[in-house]
Design a protein around this ligand. Structure first.
Ligand SMILES: Cc1cc2nc3c(=O)[nH]c(=O)nc-3n(C[C@H](O)[C@H](O)[C@H](O)COP(=O)(O)OP(=O)(O)OC[C@H]3O[C@@H](n4cnc5c(N)ncnc54)[C@H](O)[C@@H]3O)c2cc1C
Ligand SMILES: NC(=O)c1ccc[n+]([C@@H]2O[C@H](COP(=O)([O-])OP(=O)(O)OC[C@H]3O[C@@H](n4cnc5c(N)ncnc54)[C@H](O)[C@@H]3O)[C@@H](O)[C@H]2O)c1
Length: 464
């Protein structure tokens, strides 16, 4: 059994497999170690299954709205959670199988199943076997956290992982956390037919965003019947009887409440899996929250060891992890000097309508004190949205008044997750916003209103 490799990769998240194949194609002898499912979080219990479930939930929602469009689908819409889960399982299984086939068919690459730990700066141990290599890449991801509420361990608590096994509809789902995971699951299960209550520590949803975004996202979910409690403190969890098996006594914005539900989902953030690697044996440093410290080329303090993906704290998205692998591969194999600092912030919240985000928020632009222009357009003014009967949300863009560069955008609207790329690409091209303002767009689309939005800019200082 070979134990000496040119490169070892720990974890098959959204960077590891792609880097493994690139390195193997370059002639290196590579081992990829995975302790659980190939594809990691994104494929197995993250993006792919949640967006598959979001798609089912949207069909249920639109079926309920069918009569708005003059379409008759019968007296009531019901959801078969077993079939919903089976569809999700199939999408995931196909993705994992095709990844396994691809990796298995890559010459020079050995996939090893087991948990890896460092035993020295150039060596790891897996299943009692020591593997050595001059280059080691860590792509171990993160895992869900639970709030430290008294009693929380006395009741069944779901996470994004165990949610994937649900094949029955919760009567009342209580969600802790109103950020990406909490909001996506909250809307999804409300649309499947559950009652949903969201408990959030902050005073608004997705508190990293501008307040008007938080307000509109909350309003969209409330219109569908999701209930929110903000400023949650002093929560105590206990078992209840009957359908409502979970009881939470809490204060929300200082007012006492008791919430009873059948299921409880924790969506309060994720912690890096760095604590399970015996990093100290290799001398690899982490920050106070456990993220492995790296430079802008993803190198740790220890020569020959890199950290990619969620574990480095430089992003917690599939595209940031994938981009990490591109940076490392370009620097090691292509003679380039790519850096994480070159990338532009971009992400989406996959509620319906989704929020597509690039660059700075308005709060960040204001804090920077630079002269800026802002344009805002409600979707109620967009023809395509009216035609589709989906006029919730708005588009907002911020531009540097002197350089004419787009600073940031928030598109909370139908296809906002897609359309936002037109702005991202102009930012990446380092071009003036006038380029896209003058560009002829296709009618009738939401994108055709982007030039109009950019033609309506006013000084940010003139707005409150
Ligand atoms: C519910 C949910 C929805 C999400 N939706 C989106 C989305 O829509 N868009 C988006 O961009 N991002 C989304 N994300 C985030 C995204 O899933 C992650 O950012 C992405 O998977 C990148 O993770 P990674 O590459 O760091 O590692 P991961 O995908 O977490 O994979 C790490 C792998 O390492 C393995 N591992 C860990 N420790 C060891 C060890 N010691 N030895 C061997 N193997 C080990 C794990 O088993 C795992 O397979 C979502 C996350 C969640 C939880
Ligand atoms: N659309 C996407 O790209 C997507 C979707 C899902 C997850 N993700 C990734 O997964 C990561 C984790 O997502 P997340 O939503 O779990 O975490 P998060 O860190 O984004 O948000 C956690 C939320 O829980 C709240 N919270 C924390 N402690 C609490 C407490 N004790 N009581 C009540 N509320 C509390 C926080 O105020 C915050 O709103 C994110 O960083 C994101 O990058 C991305």
């Amino acid at each position: 059994m070979q134990t000496h490799f040119d490169a070892l990769i720990i974890g098959s998240g959204q960077a590891g497999p792609f880097l493994a194949v690139r390195l193997a194609a370059a002639g290196l002898k590579v081992a990829l170690v995975e302790r659980e499912h190939l594809g990691g979080t994104c494929v197995n219990d993250g993006c792919m299954p949640t967006k598959t479930l979001v798609a089912s939930a949207r069909v249920a929602h639109m079926a309920r709205r069918a009569s708005d469009y003059g379409v008759n689908v019968g007296p009531s819409v019901s959801v078969d959670m077993r079939a919903v889960k089976a569809r999700k399982d199939l999408v995931v299984r196909n993705a994992v199988d095709s990844l396994a086939q691809w990796l298995g068919g890559t010459s020079g690459l050995r996939v090893i199943r087991g948990h890896a730990r460092f035993v020295a700066p150039r060596a790891i141990e897996v299943n009692g076997e020591t593997l050595e290599a001059p280059k080691i890449f860590i792509n171990v991801g993160a895992r869900p956290m639970l709030p430290d509420w008294p009693g929380i361990t006395d009741v069944p608590v779901l996470t994004n992982t165990s949610m994937m096994d649900l094949d029955q509809l919760p009567e009342h789902l209580i969600v802790i956390g109103a950020s990406y995971i909490g909001l996506e699951f909250a809307q999804m299960f409300r649309r499947f037919g559950s009652r949903v209550t969201v408990l959030e520590y902050a005073d608004r949803v997705i508190a990293r965003e501008d307040e008007e975004i938080s307000r509109e996202v909350q309003a969209i979910l409330e219109r569908e019947g999701v209930r929110f409690l903000f400023g949650v403190r002093e929560a105590v969890v206990s078992r209840a009887s009957g359908n409502a098996s979970i009881r939470i006594a809490l204060k929300a914005a200082g007012v006492a409440h008791e919430v009873q539900g059948s299921h409880l989902l924790a969506a309060v953030g994720r912690r890096p899996n760095s604590d399970l690697l015996d990093l100290e044996r290799a001398g690899i440093a982490t920050d106070a929250r456990g993220f492995i410290t790296v430079d802008d080329q993803l190198r740790t303090h220890v020569p020959g060891i890199w950290a990619l993906g969620d574990v480095n704290g430089l992003g917690a998205f599939t595209h940031t992890s994938y981009n990490d692998h591109e940076i490392v591969a370009a620097n090691l194999l292509d003679g380039e000097a790519r850096r994480t600092t070159d990338r532009i912030t971009a992400y989406a919240l996959f509620t319906d309508p989704p929020l597509g985000r690039v660059g700075m928020t308005e709060a960040q632009v204001r804090a920077s004190s630079r002269p800026a222009l802002v344009g805002v357009m409600p979707m109620s003014r967009v023809g395509r949205a009216k035609e589709r009967g989906e006029t919730q949300g708005f588009m907002k863009v911020l531009v540097d008044a002197e350089t004419e560069r787009i600073l940031g955008a928030a598109l909370l609207c139908i296809e906002g997750d897609e359309i936002v790329h037109s702005l991202l690409d102009v930012m990446a091209a380092d071009a003036s916003y006038q380029v896209i303002r003058r560009c002829m767009h296709i009618h009738p689309t939401v994108s055709e209103l982007i030039p109009t939005l950019l033609g309506s800019l006013v000084p940010l200082s003139d707005t409150h």
